[in-house]
Ligand binder design. Sequence first.
Ligand SMILES: [Zn+2]
Length: 474
Amino acid sequence: MDLPSSPVSGGSSPWELADSLSGSDGGSVRETGAGDPAVAPKVWWAQKLMMHTATLGLMTPTLQNPVTCVSACTGSFAEGFVFEELDIPYTCLGMSEKCKPFQRFLQKNFTPKHLHESISEQAEGSGCLLHPNEKCEMPREPDFLCMGTPSNPYSRTRPKRFLCGSVKEHVSYQTTFEDAYSMLTKLEPRTAVMEQVDGFDLPFSMTEQESPKQRFLEGLADCQWTYGGYWIATLRLSAKIWLKINRERLYMVFFRKDTFTKDDVKSFVRLVTEITNLQKQEAPKSLESLMLSEDHEIFKTQMRSDEVKALAADQLQGRAEGEQKWQQQIATWRQDLKVPLGFRPFDKLRRPIQGISLNARISAILNMVTAEKIGGDKRKSKDEILSAVSCTVVDVSQNPMRRNYTPSHGTNHTMCTSSVLVHLGKFRTVVPAEMMLWQGHNISRLTYPDSESNRTWRSLAGEGMALPSIGTVI
Ligand SMILES: [Zn+2]
């Protein structure tokens, strides 16, 4: 799904604040600066972000102490990678993650002080996975709390999203509100970020006016605070200004009222807007520029294990859908494009796809995408077909009706946890590490635990926050 470009907006005004309360002066919006050129090469977006902040005349703040942060179900601990890329010293006081393989990923890449299975256990301070028989309280008042709340119930793409009661009955609804309230009230961090899909600020259902975000803010106003509560800026940030893939998310940024003034928050929003505008003047990076060479060690490992797993995933999906459904969708697609039954331009290339077995369903999808790319023209030569599909990525995990392939404007669809991507120009699947690269990760900082399937790492990449977006906020 592609959305109109509106990186910073929030309805009528670009930012929103919780109810006013006079805050003391002395706080300031954290700045990111030019960093130390002597350190290891930075990931591409961090270089650009630092360039933009330098253009805006911001200096690197010298921190007396590392930033203390608490991470609550952010998947890959994206904010930790961001701190490292931006050379911001930090201490992570605790993390939470319910998915076992993701827990192992976190332990392999970081040394969490505490690792809880859920946000509610983390907020309660019960024994964590590392210290099951102890009390593992998160220290109060960390500098930064990052919450990656489950986003399923609000997603616009979920088919039943707008049915009455649909969002409220979804279990994650409870999680978003209750867990976020308890983390915020228990810890009262100086700043916090909560990521949500864009549907979070749309009405609950077709018969209601109120959005989950409004309800969330109302509940927040009822909470008891020691420091007077929070100013909240809501930012809509899109990863597509950084690279050619869509990922539009709402970031609710919390500023504790005793530390920050309303003007500080306004300055913060202005700063994010200015950074975003500078980035929009540049061409977004191509996905091909963020793919691994085939002799890269990670590529060799992941491509090898991919062959079996991707096939298994596809067979499962085929069974669940029923054979006929995808065939009907392909027939509709063929009618839309006005091409005959035997028109299979991808087959004409006679090339296998490395990393996946071409069953009837996948083969039909790839043929239709290729047909689209050459405009249904039967006279195209092999070379012309190759050139037409050279920068085309297809998500073969999705139903044909979704038409999930690189559109003509070039910005790819948002990756999701089930995505299995085929790069048609390279005749191979996209390995999970490349999906992580597309989320903004630095490949040299990533370590994968052994013995997990590519499916697991694909879902981690599909769930993760876009690092350029969270980086801009931090
Ligand atoms: Zn612990």
